[in-house]
Every structure is written in structure tokens, then in C-alpha cells.
Write a new protein. Structure first.
Length: 524
């Protein structure tokens, strides 16, 4: 099949939601449609990632599962779906942001009783940066919740996006009887799903069908009236507006009962965009270009602690990947033969023979590949827009056994290459300062240093409140580095960073050095 046809079939997306809304359950059920039954069970076992640190650790011990479920590919009708997992815990949000740079659309899952929650708001902001089209699934209709009309208003008000209901629920909680598809004019009667089977409620054609009155009784008439009201009061679906990120098609259902998800998947297949190109520093790369290009958006280290290997996840932007092909690793200027990439079709972690734009492949390496790296078939390109955020919390690594310094350095460096934490080395001393966006990360790092590097270390407070990457003319940077030695450090990529003891100090420094820029995000 041609590159263009294969590309057109791809739908690459991630789920954005607040913890507990049902992301894990939705993921699991979606995979059922692709025949990935076993995989679905595996997803369940890693739902612990929203729990305490120890749970997260346990999950990480099942690393084999977690890498396979970082990227899940499954066929659906004529489409090939690529679902990218995003870490559940808030402390891993930086990782989430980067995963969102590798998708073309997103699925927003909302709990019918809770409505729009914090984390959804934040993630939506991120999607907006790249005008990612969003589909919405309102979950848990088998429970009592907010009135659907009110909920759509809430989404529109809070998230500033129009809602176009595609399906409409018939009652909720104990009275939940099914959904009506506003565009197909069909009613699907609610049936609960046993275990891992997909539920298949009766499908009734036409809102006027007397069969509806038979099954729904009074609720049939209620539904007819409500549908008329909804049609009058809500937005009609408009593909252009959806693709522009201004309108979201909304589907209702119950994930745990695998109900309403098929309609959602149909929506993905029909409306979600095929893989788009990406910007580089010099030009835009289009998905239909023949030459292969891709960028790395995620690294997972120590898949196998005994071998210290890590997998770099690369999104293919253009062209076709074939096993054994030679690619240029642009940052280090080297050609590498990619013989053993991993693909993620259904439940198997298989060696990739071929992959197309929108697909992701996993590259084994020993630390040579970093987040943000570009691979091409020779062209000097650098994809942009994969952010590194200035951390907000800082701790100094304090070693129990001074003989283990080397191992500590190595561990901290490698773990920060996964992207969740950042390592800073001050220019005037041998401290190792770790920066993170959430406190949990320090615990996770300490635990992993012990498990994977056999190093016991504590993280103690350090007098740093914020960090900024320093950019400007080299002469000025040299002057600056000499002058304020005590507050400058290098990050893992040897970029100069100002580590400010206080916000006030940062402001003063910015004023004092007008030729330099102090930036809060660095692009990989
Ligand atoms: P998350 O990944 O977004 O954090 O959510 P997850 O899927 O783990 O779901 C959170 C809880 O909501 C789970 O219950 C799950 O079973 C439940 N849930 C998901 N979809 C539905 C639904 O359609 N209806 C109802 N009533 N509940 C739903 P839990 O008690 O935390 O876990 P479990 O013991 O049920 O596994």
C-alpha cells in the first residue's frame, strides 16, 4: 500500500483527563476493539500509577508492561489507531506535555458527576498550544451525575470550546437506558458488559420506531422531546471547527460497561485528523514526504536493569521506516543502522518491520539518544516544540557512601534523561542538584537509585527557588558566568542555567544583565 494511503489510515491520539475519570478503563476497552484482549488486562494492572509512590514503583517493576502500554497500536475498521499513554500522576506532567507533542488529536474523558476538573483544564491548555483537535467522552452515565445539558455548558464555559453532542444519553444512573446517535438516528440500548467482552446492546433504527416505546416505556417520549430540544440548543458538528480545535464532538457512555465507546471510535475513524507534519528550525516537514524523519518525545530507562538499556520513543513524522534502514542521528551527526526497533501492534512487543507517519517506534540505546533528538535520512533538520520546563523544586543529592559518587552521578544523569527530573551541576562546586516539578519525583528517584544503581542517597533542601536557562552573546555569557559563579550551573546537556536563590534575586539579575535572556523553558 502506498505511503499516502497508510498515512491516511493513522489516528494518533492520547487521553487527557483528571485522575479517576476513567482513562485506564477507556484505554482497556478501546483495546478490546482491536482484538488486544490480553493487553487490555495488562493495562488494568498498571492503573496503580495514580496511587502512592510505592504503587508507582510496583508498576515500574512491571516495566515490560508499562513500555508496551506507553504506545498502543490497534486496528479499528479501516483505521490504525495509535494511542499514546500519558502518566497519570500530576508530578509527571512534564512527560505528559511531551507526549502531547507527538499526537494529532486527543480524547478528553470527563466524569459525568464531577464535570470539568483541574487537570483536564491544564491539559486542555497544552492541547491548545498546538490546536490539537479534541474528542470528548462523558463517562459513568450508569451513575447519577450532572444534567448533560448543564455539563456541556460547563465544558463550553470553563474550557472555552464549543460542544457538539454526537450521541445523547437516555436517562442516567438507575434510569440509564442507552444512547441515541444524533447523526445516525439510531438508539443503542444499554447492556452491561461481562468481563472483557464488548457489550452489544440492541440497535434500533429511527427515533420513531415503536420498538423504542416497547423497551423504554415513558422514557421513549421523554427522549424524543429531549432530542428535539438538544438539536435546537446545541452546536451542530462541523469538521472545520473541530480540526481548528474550536469544537469538540461529545459522546456519552459508560466505559466500565464498554458502552458508547464504539460510537466514539467510529468518530475517531471518521473525523480525527490523519498524521500531520511538524515544524523544524528550518522548514515544515510534511507527512507525505518520501524521506523518513522522526523525533524522540520520550525515553524510558532501564527496561532491563541488568543491561541498563533504555528505549527512546520516536514519532515518525514523514516517510516509511523499514527495519535495517540507515538514519542520521542529527544531534550527534552520525549515521546509525536501526535494526531492532520495537513496534507496538496490539498486545505484542514486536520487532518493527515497517512503520508509517503517526506511528511510533522504540529504539534501544545506551544513553546516546535524548529527548528531542531528530532522525532523518541525511537532511540536517531539527524538530522544534518539544519543551523542557524550568523545575520548581530543588534538592541536593546527599550520598550515604562517598565511594559511590560515580554511580550516583551516572544514575542521576541517566534518570534525568528520561525527562521527569533535571540535573544541575553548579560551576563552583561538586554538588549534584536535582530539579523536579513535583515532590514525588525525589522519592521515586531515590528509590530507583537504590534498586537500579545500588546507591543510597537522600535529597536535602538547597537554597534554590527557581532556574532559568541563560541565552545571549557568548562574550556576555562568559562575563556573567565569571561574575555570578555561585549561582550558575550546567544542565545535563551542558547548557548554562541560572539557579536563583529567590525570585527577587532573579528579577534583580535580569535587570542587571539586560543583554541576556533568562528563559523558563528550553526546547530540546
Ligand atoms: P483513571 O485511569 O482515569 O484514574 O480512572 P480508572 O479507569 O482507573 O477509573 C476510576 C474508577 O472509576 C474505577 O473504579 C473504575 O472502575 C471506575 N469507572 C470507570 N468507568 C466507569 C463507568 O463507566 N461507570 C462506573 N460506575 N465506574 C467507572 P475503582 O473503584 O477506583 O476501581 P475498581 O476497583 O473498579 O477497579
Amino acid at each position: 500500500m502506498s505511503l499516502a494511503l497508510e498515512t491516511a489510515k493513522r489516528r494518533t491520539f492520547a487521553i487527557i483527563s483528571h485522575p479517576d475519570a476513567g482513562k485506564t478503563t477507556v484505554t482497556e476497552k478501546l483495546l478490546l476493539y482491536g482484538g488486544a484482549i490480553q493487553m487490555a488486562g495488562a493495562v488494568k494492572s498498571r492503573k496503580t500509577d495514580r496511587g502512592a509512590t510505592s504503587d508507582w514503583m510496583k508498576m515500574e517493576q512491571e516495566r515490560g508492561i508499562s513500555v508496551a502500554s506507553s504506545v498502543m497500536q490497534f486496528p479499528y475498521k479501516g483505521a490504525v489507531m495509535n494511542l499514546l499513554d500519558t502518566p497519570g500522576h500530576e508530578d509527571f506532567s512534564e512527560d505528559t506535555y511531551r507526549v502531547l507533542t507527538a499526537v494529532d488529536s486527543a480524547l478528553m474523558v470527563i466524569d459525568v458527576a464531577k464535570g470539568v476538573e483541574d487537570r483536564t483544564i491544564k491539559l486542555m491548555e497544552v492541547c491548545r498550544l498546538r490546536t490539537t483537535p479534541i474528542l470528548t467522552f462523558i463517562n459513568k452515565l450508569d451513575r447519577e451525575g450532572k444534567e448533560p445539558i448543564d455539563l456541556l455548558d460547563e465544558v463550553e464555559d470553563v474550557l472555552k470550546i464549543g460542544c457538539a453532542p454526537m450521541t445523547w444519553p437516555i436517562g442516567m444512573g438507575k434510569r440509564f437506558k442507552g444512547i441515541y446517535h444524533l447523526y445516525n438516528d439510531t438508539v443503542r440500548i444499554f447492556a452491561t458488559a461481562e468481563g472483557q467482552r464488548a457489550s452489544e446492546g440492541e440497535l434500533i433504527e429511527g427515533l420513531d420506531n415503536p420498538r423504542l416505546d416497547e423497551i423504554l416505556g415513558d422514557q421513549a417520549e421523554e427522549l424524543r422531546e429531549e432530542v428535539e430540544l438538544v438539536r435546537g440548543a446545541s452546536n451542530e458538528f462541523d469538521l472545520e471547527l473541530f480540526l481548528a480545535g474550536e469544537l469538540t464532538p461529545v459522546f456519552f457512555g459508560s466505559a466500565v460497561n464498554n458502552f458508547g465507546l464504539q460510537e466514539l471510535l467510529d468518530g475517531f475513524e471518521k473525523y480525527a485528523p490523519a498524521p500531520k507534519g511538524r515544524e523544524t528550525e528550518t522548514r515544515e516537514v510534511k507527512a507525505d514526504e518520501d524521506k523518513m524523519t522522526g523525533f524522540v518525545f520520550k525515553i524510558q530507562a532501564n527496561m532491563d536493569p541488568a543491561h541498563r538499556d533504555r528505549v527512546a520513543f520516536m514519532r515518525i513524522v514523514s516517510g516509511k521506516y523499514e527495519a535495517g534502514m540507515k538514519l542520521k542521528h542529527v544531534r550527534i551527526g552520525k549515521d546509525v543502522k536501526i535494526a531492532k526497533a520495537i513496534t507496538f501492534l496490539a498486545n505484542k512487543r514486536d520487532q518493527a518491520e515497517v512503520a508509517y507517519p503517526g506511528d511510533n517506534i522504540g529504539l534501544h540505546n545506551h544513553g546516546t539518544i535524548k529527548i528531542g533528538d531528530t532522525f532523518t535520512q541525511g537532511e540536517e533538520l531539527k524538530f522544534t516544540g518539544i519543551p523542557n520546563f524550568a523545575p520548581e523544586l530543588f534538592r541536593r543529592a546527599q550520598l550515604k557512601d562517598p565511594m559511590k559518587m560515580k554511580a550516583l552521578q551516572k544514575g542521576l544523569t541517566q534518570l534525568s534523561e528520561e525527562g521527569a527530573t533535571q540535573l544541575f551541576r553548579p560551576v563552583n562546586n561538586n554538588d549534584l542538584i536535582l530539579g523536579a516539578v513535583g515532590v514525588l519525583q525525589f522519592e521515586v528517584v531515590a528509590q530507583r537509585l537504590k534498586d537500579e544503581y545500588n546507591v543510597t542517597c537522600l535529597f536535602e533542601p538547597v537554597n534554590v527557588s527557581t532556574a532559568r536557562w541563560v541565552i545571549g552573546p557568548q562574550a556576555e555569557i562568559d562575563k556573567f558566568t565569571k561574575k555570578v559563579t555561585e549561582n550558575v550551573a550546567y544542565d545535563a546537556a551542558d547548557q548554562l542555567v541560572y539557579i536563583a536563590p529567590t525570585r527577587v534575586n532573579l528579577t534583580l539579575t535580569e535587570e542587571r544583565w539586560p543583554e541576556l535572556q533568562f528563559v523558563a523553558t528550553r526546547e530540546h
